[in-house]
Each structure stands twice: as C-alpha cells, then as structure tokens.
Design a protein around this ligand. Structure first.
Ligand code: DON
Length: 570
C-alpha cells in the first residue's frame, strides 16, 4: 500500500514538461537521413554517401571504413562486429554476425597455460599474437555490400582513402586512448620494442599527440586502395592477409591463411521481446547483449507489477535498486550459460522467458553472489557503434570492435591494420577475470573456430511495426547496461534523446559484486539503493550512439557526449 502511495506522489515528477534549451552539439536533426557514430569525420562521410544517393547500407560501409581510419583505438579492418538491420521494403529485421573466430590452432590446451607462462608480463590474450582472432570485419562489410548496398566497393572506399591520406583530427578521447596505451608501455618497456610501429605512428612515439593535430595513415591508405582494386580477397586470400598472418605469427600467435580463407559471416535471427507496447529487436548469441537486455527488462517488468504506473512511477526510488538486482541475475546467467551457440548448449528461450523472469523477480535481491540467476541446466575499449537511417526507412545498427584499446597492438605492415585481441573475450581459463573483469564459464571456453562471447548489442525498437529507435554502444559489458538504460529512458520514461543519453548510468555485472556509475552519483540515487551494495569508485560507462525516428517522419541523431562523436543529418 505504502509503495502504491509513494508511486502516486512520484509519478508527477517525470511527467512535468521540461524547458528545452538549444540542442547540444552532439545532437543532430534531419529529415532525409542520419548517421550517428563516435567520430565526427566518419558520420560526415556516411551522411555524404546518403546525400549522394546511397542507401543506409552504402552509408554504413563508408562510415565503417572511415572509422577504421579515425578510430584506430576502437575498430578497424583487423576486427569484427555485428549488424542489426531493418529492411524497409521487405519489412524484415536481420542480423549479420561477422565476429572473429578462434584460429584453428587456438586449442584449449594451448590457452590453459598461457597466463601462467606470462607471469607478471602483459596478459597474452590482451597483447600479442595469441590475442588475435580471425578478423571478420571485411567479410561482413563485403556481404552487406553484395546483398543490400547499391554502390561499387571503390566508391565506398574512396572517402576513407582520402581521410587516411589527409589525416584524421586528434580529439580528447583519442588522446586519452593514447595515454591509456602508453601507461602499459611504461609498465612493460618491452612493448616498445615489440610493437614499435604502432608506438611510432599512432602513439606519437611516446608523447600523446595534441588535440587538433592530424594523423595521416599512409600504410592503411595503401591497404584501402588494394581493397578498392581487388575486393576483400586482397585480405582473405591475398597480400594484406599474408601481412596479417605474418604479424600475428611473429608475435607468437597461430593465425594462418587457411583460417582467413575459411572465415564466413553468419546470418542470424534477431531476438525479440514485447515490452509495454514496444517491440525490442536485438542481438542473439554469440552476443550476450540481447539475452541480458531482455532478461533484465523482463525481471524489471515483473518487479514493477505491484506499482500503478509501472517503472515510470518509481523511476527515482525503487527503479535503481531493482535495476541493480535484475542486472545481477542477468549477468550471473551470462557467466554461467552463454557462449557461441554453435559450440555450447545455450538456453536462450528459458533465459528470455517471462516465466523465468517471474521466478527471479520473486527472489528479488538475495544475499551472496551464488544466489543470482541460474536457469535450469540445459540438456546436456576497443569498440565503435554507429547507426544509419536512410530516406527509405532502412535502419542499420552496427557495432564493431578490435576489443581492447588498440587491440592486440600487433600491426599488419605495410598496411597499418591493427589486429584485434578478441581472444580475451573467451574464458581463456574459466574463472580468471578478463580485461573487463568478467568471470565466465565453460560455455565460453576457447575452441578452434569458435566465436568468443560478446556483449555487443545493436538494437532497434519498434512501435506498431514501425522502427522508432536504433541504438547500440561500445564499452565491454557496459554496452548491455548502457543500451538498456538509454532505451528505457526514451521508451519508458519519455525523455528526449539527449537527456536519455546524458542521464546518469548504473552498471552491475554480477561479479565483481559492485555497483558502478558513469559519474559521481547524485545523493538521492545512492540513498535509493540497497545499503548492502558495495559502490565502486570507478567511473565508467558505455558509449551509446542512437537515432530516434519521430512520428512526424523526422530524425534525431545523438552521439554519446562521452567520446566526442557528432552525428550528421541530412
Ligand atoms: O564483444 C565484446 O563484448 C567486446 N569485445 C567489446 C569491447 C568494447 O566494447 C571495448 N570498448 N570500448
């Protein structure tokens, strides 16, 4: 009863009309098309492609290739990703998975002893050849182009070649990434010798480049020109791939040309859930993103049942502690059950079912980490997200990654391609925390040709069959919690997109058993949380890019202010 009364009082808060100031610079409006990425140059290049008559897929490919130039700390031709797209003419959503796979030589036995061998040195699944998974990026872009785009590859590559030749402009987030990488070079001076190329070129020879300075990438321009001439075979069967294999093997890895030649992207069925009149369409395994988002939404919905007005009515008091509990359940299940569905029996249906959410909601927030999640046993900062909407209503939500900042540091020369360290997304040794502190289970153990479990969550939200919001994020496991909260801020709490982006964010990933915030949390939020929670002093969150499709047909793009991106509208 008391809860219901409180709910009545609180419901008036979020519904009061807010006075709107001018749009912030990281917001753009358009009628004919929109690209929201975490790089101003890449968004511009994508929007130009739309203006020149390309569709959302042409623009997505041009944006992605530009990001490979201007966000080398996050993404590139040596990485992989996921695309969720809405094909307006067919009224169909589809997922393309071009995630890296483990090389054939990456056996469990090989990875079991690696960390112990490295001792106090850098983790072998973070830096070096053993960190490198078989890149899927170019195979993915190629399939997108062949199936959905309208322009020849040479047209789509041209702007990225120009950017690589003229140089991308250093901004604050790039400088921060360089500083982060250089801190590791100081800690382990051998890195400077082993990764001299990246140190001399992208890391300023040890001195972070100044904001506004331009960094040209002539080696990468050469690779892009070869791509324009020869297609992606230049990578999977040609000289660029040979350079990647050589670099990975010289750095102690097992990548081969056979691994490259047999790489194939996979089309997958998106996951769907209907929540309060919205249909959420999102990423299935081998991402944990969609499962965790839907499981959390379902638990929240069950927990909010008691309140008139649902979550909206309890946004400021009961929603934060409920969110923390729901996330703990979902991330506990992530750790126990999720992995590449081609290799592990992943109980997706159970995890996203209402019935299961009801059981977890009834347990609310138990003591002890072991009490969270657990479906019944089945039978047996290197990322970049962008969204594109074109004037025909096609929607692309695409997250791509090299995993850690500047990936494995291994660079395929003379092509300037930084190879991913996606092998660290496996539970290389089940029980040992990875780069993002995630502790993961058997389902995500290393095996040849297997895809490492991801958190990338490209998502499109529909209302009455019409797409209303496209979004996704970078930030490891924080991707899941950031996408979830920005989506709820818009769909449930009715916030304008910029407020939804800028609002304070909470993160919990089950273990470590701590609540994280993106900034100093307001006192009222801390008061609302269960006092038993340990509050982390780390201030981190995901970086969300989103496009909202408004009922009047106009578009609002928002690049997360936390990484310096700018959307570009048309
Ligand atoms: O696939 C994943 O979940 C990770 N490789 C993503 C890493 C990431 O988002 C780093 N971000 N800034």
């Amino acid at each position: 009863m008391l809860r219901r009364l409180l709910a009545l009082v609180l419901v008036t808060g979020p519904l009061l009309p807010a006075l709107r100031a001018a749009d912030p610079p990281w917001l753009a409006r358009g009628r004919n098309g929109m690209v929201a990425s975490d790089s101003p140059e890449a968004s511009q290049i994508g929007a130009e492609m739309l203006r020149a008559g390309g569709n959302a897929f042409d623009a997505a490919i041009a944006t992605s290739l530009a990001l490979a130039v201007s966000r080398p700390q996050s993404t590139g031709l040596g990485g992989g990703g996921f695309m969720l797209a809405w094909l307006a003419s067919e009224k169909r959503a589809l997922v393309l998975d071009f995630r890296e796979v483990a090389p054939a030589g990456a056996t469990r036995e090989r990875y079991d002893g690696l960390a112990a061998e490295a001792g106090e040195g850098p983790s072998p699944t973070i830096y070096g050849g053993n960190a490198v998974g078989v890149p899927g990026q170019l195979a993915g872009l190629d399939q997108i182009r062949k199936r959905f785009a309208t322009r020849p590859l040479s047209d789509l590559v041209r702007p990225a070649i120009q950017l690589a030749e003229s140089g991308f402009a250093v901004d604050e987030p790039y400088r921060d990434a360089v500083k982060e990488a250089l801190a590791d070079f100081e800690k382990w001076p051998r890195l400077k010798q082993d990764y001299a190329h990246i140190h001399a070129t992208l890391l300023g020879g040890g001195t972070p480049p100044g904001v506004g300075e331009k960094i040209a990438r002539p080696q990468l321009a050469r690779a892009l020109r070869l791509l324009a001439e020869q297609g992606v075979d230049a990578f999977y069967r040609g000289p660029i791939g040979e350079a990647a294999v050589r670099a990975a093997r010289d750095a102690g890895g097992v990548l081969t040309m056979e691994d490259l030649a047999k790489y194939r992207p996979r089309e997958r069925e998106p996951l769907r859930a209907t929540i309060n009149g919205y249909e959420v369409v999102t990423m299935p395994p081998p991402s944990s993103g969609g499962v965790c988002i839907i499981e959390t939404l379902n638990i929240l919905r069950e927990m909010a049942m008691d309140f008139d007005g649902g979550l909206r009515a309890i946004r400021d008091d009961f929603y934060p502690p409920m969110l923390v509990c729901a996330l703990k359940h979902a991330f506990a299940d992530r750790a126990r059950w999720l992995g590449d569905p081609d290799f592990a029996a992943v109980p997706v249906e159970r995890l996203v079912s209402r019935d299961y959410a009801r059981q977890l909601a009834d347990r609310f927030c138990p003591e002890g980490s072991a009490e969270y999640g657990t479906a019944p046993a089945p039978e047996d900062r290197g990322t970049s997200h962008f969204c594109v909407v074109d004037r025909d209503g096609n929607v692309v939500a695409l997250t791509e990654t090299i995993n850690g900042v500047f990936g494995s540091l291994v660079t395929a020369e003379p092509y300037g391609i930084i190879l991913n360290n996606q092998m660290d997304d496996f539970a290389a040794e089940p029980g040992r925390p990875n780069l993002y502190g995630l502790i993961q289970g058997e389902a995500n153990a290393v095996a040849p040709d297997k895809r490492p479990l991801s958190s990338m969550s490209p998502t499109i939200v529909f209302q009455a069959g019409r797409p209303v919001l496209a979004l996704g994020a970078s930030g490891g496991p924080r991707i899941i919690t950031s996408v979830l909260q920005v989506m709820l801020n818009v769909t449930e709490f009715g916030m304008p997109l910029d407020d939804a982006q800028a609002a304070v964010r909470i993160h919990h990933q089950w273990l470590p058993d701590e609540v994280y915030f993106d900034r100093e949390p307001p006192a009222a939020l801390v008061r609302a949380l269960d006092p038993r929670n340990k509050l982390s002093s780390q201030r981190k969150t995901g970086i969300v890019q989103a496009i909202q499709l408004l009922p009047d047909g106009s578009l609002v793009g928002a690049s997360d202010p936390r990484k310096g991106g700018r959307p570009a509208g048309w």
